[in-house]
Ligand binder design. Structure first.
Ligand SMILES: Cc1cc2nc3c(=O)[nH]c(=O)nc-3n(C[C@H](O)[C@H](O)[C@H](O)COP(=O)(O)OP(=O)(O)OC[C@H]3O[C@@H](n4cnc5c(N)ncnc54)[C@H](O)[C@@H]3O)c2cc1C
Length: 444
């Protein structure tokens, strides 16, 4: 979100230098003709075109008995695509904020309608079995319809593109700006405790035993471990207890990266392919479709003439992978290898000749995700976006504990990179105000 100028979130990436490379040149953004496509067992396919009108034509073709639903969806997508958020807290007085709120009111209402509707309930309104199947393949039925339509609406205005170089370059660009501004980063330094004195956070203690004191402690790490491990469960308010006891999570994933010695530029970049008889992961999660990405749109991800293909399989059974990795490393490695090979077999059925061109298979599991990020249950985006979770505002402070803040995906249901970045900016603004300093963002 915010890959196009003047869409609101672009201010964040601009300030962070996230979309500017080492040579101070703008990062190339790829916008796609198709957001994704779903193929069905009988050979039919549904293309989620980025352009809402074209997507409407596709829906009328595949769902001729659902014309009212098609028209209303396309109308909503166009309406939602006009929504412009303002992340600049410091900009404008109360009247300009009210003015901006009122001018966005219609779009906001439309968003609200989509956020409040569970996607399963919405899918069931469609007579077309293809649309029903495609919607339920993409997103679990209890999640909010908005979690799909918000992304689709942004495709219509090319406001959410892909930065060439992917997430690593995006992060490196931010890191460079941070270091140039005098920031310091200590990689490979796990925090074990937030040190508390008289209900006031005063320092962090690293796994090495070293203590680093500070005026404020800000945890942008996993929410569960911040509250229950780093703070030993001493500051869990009734609201947070309820949230961590009841809110559903984004799943974790088994992620298969495949290096293919082939130019696959003729293939779609994102595709859901049906699996005959379904596919069951060793952790017992089964899938009727595989979500395949062909990274033919980013030349930095493979040598010339070769292509990276990835398959992501969601799972909520992180316990299987973590206990296998802890208990029997050899078997864990074998299971990973077999899973990767089985996926390549399935892909061969759809993309003939792919198997013999495979040079490398790399499999990441929920254990890997947990090892790298510490995220609770290996979740890839925190609390799942259901109508209930999205309507709940989570605190950015730790109730009962002074000088301690929590930001990032665990403090806004639905997670994601833009919300995490907004949190950082908002907190910087608040701390500047608290310290009597002027917040300097690019808006000045
Ligand atoms: C495959 C995939 C695709 C995605 N696609 C998108 C997308 O297209 N758009 C989007 O918006 N989002 C996407 N997401 C989600 C997005 O990546 C996350 O929501 C976002 O990165 C959350 O940022 P964060 O800073 O809150 O947390 P994280 O990115 O999890 O960062 C937390 C950091 O804290 C560190 N940490 C944790 N515990 C400790 C500790 N005890 N001590 C020290 N350090 C610690 C971790 O190592 C990590 O570096 C995707 C996620 C995945 C996995």
């Amino acid at each position: 979100m915010g890959s196009r100028p003047d869409t609101g979130f672009d201010l964040l990436w601009d300030e962070l230098g996230a979309l500017e490379n080492e040579a101070k040149k703008p990062v190339e953004i790829r916008n796609f003709e198709e957001f994704t496509r779903t193929e069905f067992f009988d050979g039919e396919e549904l293309r989620f075109y980025a352009d809402a009108d074209r997507f409407g034509e596709e829906l009328r073709r595949i769902a001729p008995d659902d014309l009212d639903l098609v028209n209303s969806l396309i109308g909503d997508l166009k309406y939602m695509s006009r929504f412009k958020t303002s992340v600049a807290k410091e900009k404008g007085g109360i009247f300009s904020k009210i003015g901006s709120f009122l001018s966005n009111l219609g779009t906001f209402r439309c968003y609200l309608k989509h956020l409040r509707t569970p996607i399963g309930e919405y899918a069931n309104k469609w007579k077309s079995k293809y649309v029903r199947e495609a919607l339920c393949n993409v997103i679990p039925p209890s999640w909010s319809l908005g979690s799909l339509t918000m992304g689709l609406a942004m495709q219509h205005t090319q406001a959410a593109g892909y930065p060439v170089g992917g997430s690593l370059q995006f992060s490196r660009n931010i890191e460079r700006g941070f270091l140039e501004s005098g920031g310091r980063i200590f990689y490979g330094s796990r925090v074990d405790r937030i040190v508390v004195k008289n209900d006031r956070a005063s320092a962090i203690r690293l796994a090495s035993g070293e203590e680093i004191s500070g005026d404020y402690v800000v945890s942008a790490a996993d929410g569960h471990s911040t509250l229950f491990d780093l703070l030993e469960g001493r500051y869990v308010s009734p609201q947070l207890k309820k949230v961590y006891d009841t809110f559903p999570l984004f799943p974790s994933s088994v992620f298969i990266g495949i290096g293919v010695n082939k130019d696959l530029s003729d293939l779609p970049h994102a595709i859901m392919i049906p699996v005959t008889g379904s596919f069951t992961l060793p952790d017992d999660s089964s899938r009727s479709h595989l979500s395949v990405s062909v990274h033919n749109f980013d030349p930095t991800l493979a040598p010339s003439g070769k292509t990276t293909v990835t398959v992501i399989l969601h799972t909520w059974n992180d316990a299987y992978w973590r206990s296998l990795a802890a208990g029997n490393r050899k078997e864990y490695n074998e299971v990973k290898q077999q899973t990767g090979e089985r996926i390549v077999e399935i892909l061969e059925g759809r993309f003939s000749g792919l198997k013999e061109a495979v040079e490398v298979i790399d499999v990441s599991t929920p254990h890997t995700v947990h090892r790298y990020t510490g995220n609770w249950h290996g979740s890839f985006e925190g609390f799942a976006p259901t109508p209930t979770t999205l309507m709940t505002r989570l605190p950015k402070t730790v109730p009962g504990l002074a000088n301690c803040y929590m930001i990032g995906q665990w403090t806004t249901a639905g997670g994601g990179i833009p919300t995490a970045a907004v949190d950082g900016r908002n907190l910087a603004f608040d701390l500047c105000r608290k310290d009597g300093k002027t917040f300097i963002g690019k808006t000045f």
